[in-house]
Design a binder for this molecule. Structure first.
Ligand code: PAF
Length: 280
């Protein structure tokens, strides 16, 4: 992979990169399509990264389907699939980790200690291997995107990071590989995430700026769903992820909610609103 990347760059080509853990869905496909447009060589990585899963999390059961992923990659013009093994990425004696400090701590960082250290480590390694000119990440993983942007700035990494809008099912549920864990009953219950985000965004846009009152509106919908257990429901500054008392157009509303045993995340920039097919 490194040799092919070096050769492409030497030939004056740009490299678009979409890092994933596979089990691709339309969210990933939208990143690939944008990558195809913005770069000469389009690289997709598929690697279920053990370093970002905690003890008791779903590393073993995380869905995998390399055959189907290869078909989706081909449909979207991918030139190279880079799918290393865990031994290749973390050989015996491996001991170097990248840690972005403050913004890795709240939200998913608090619920999943060590998660972002695993993400930034693997993403830094992938950047060194694939040598991208531009890399694409979904805004659904809002904190991940903020942490990666911080790492790229702090470590002077020479590439552009692009965040791409969340792709949703017709009823609003954000596309995620983990949606495949949901039973039909849980799948209907999961609608409460996007519904609560849309409601809070509507409330904000009708003039409510007080975070406690906005939070009450959000919680009313989430707590009325019997299958939902809230991990966090927070209002944060869209760049620093600091807590806020008053919302403004850049405020991010970030959710992590367990539906049965599946932990789902979603978010919105409050001033933008949330739309999906059945809501339009
Ligand atoms: O978002 C993901 O799928 C993963 O966290 C990433 C960025 C590919 C790193 O393993």
């Amino acid at each position: 992979m490194q040799e092919r990347a070096t050769a492409a760059l030497a030939a004056g080509k740009t490299i678009s990169f979409v890092p994933t853990m596979g089990f691709l869905h339309q969210g990933h496909a939208s990143l690939l399509r944008e990558g195809r447009v913005q770069g000469d060589l389009l690289v997709l990585s598929i690697f279920v990264n053990p370093a970002q899963f905690g003890v008791g999390e779903d590393f073993e059961s995380y869905p995998r389907d390399l055959q189907r992923d290869s078909e989706i990659a081909a449909e979207n013009g991918v030139d190279i699939i880079f799918a290393p093994t865990a031994k290749e990425m973390y050989p015996h004696g491996y001991q170097t980790y990248v840690n972005v400090e403050t913004i890795s701590l709240p939200l998913c960082g608090a619920s999943r200690p060590g998660h972002f250290r695993g993400v930034t480590t693997v993403v830094a390694k992938l950047f060194n291997i694939v040598k991208p000119t531009i890399a694409f990440f979904g805004e659904k993983d809002f904190q991940q995107l903020a942490v990666i942007r911080r790492m790229v700035r702090d470590l002077n990494m020479d590439l552009k990071i692009v965040g791409m809008p969340t792709i949703r099912e017709d009823d609003g549920l954000a596309k995620s590989s983990r949606n495949s864990y949901l039973s039909p009953e849980e799948r209907s219950a999961a609608f409460c995430l996007s519904r609560s985000l849309a409601a809070v965004s509507d409330l904000y846009r009708s003039g409510e700026k007080d975070v406690e009152r906005l939070r009450a509106g959000l919680l009313e919908i989430l707590t009325s769903e019997p299958l939902a257990r809230i991990d966090y429901a927070e209002f944060r500054d869209g760049d620093s992820l600091e807590e806020l008392r008053q919302a403004d157009d850049r405020t991010v509303v970030a959710l992590a909610v367990r539906i049965g045993s599946t932990r789902l995340i979603d978010n919105t920039i409050i001033g933008r609103g949330v739309t999906w097919k059945e809501r339009c």
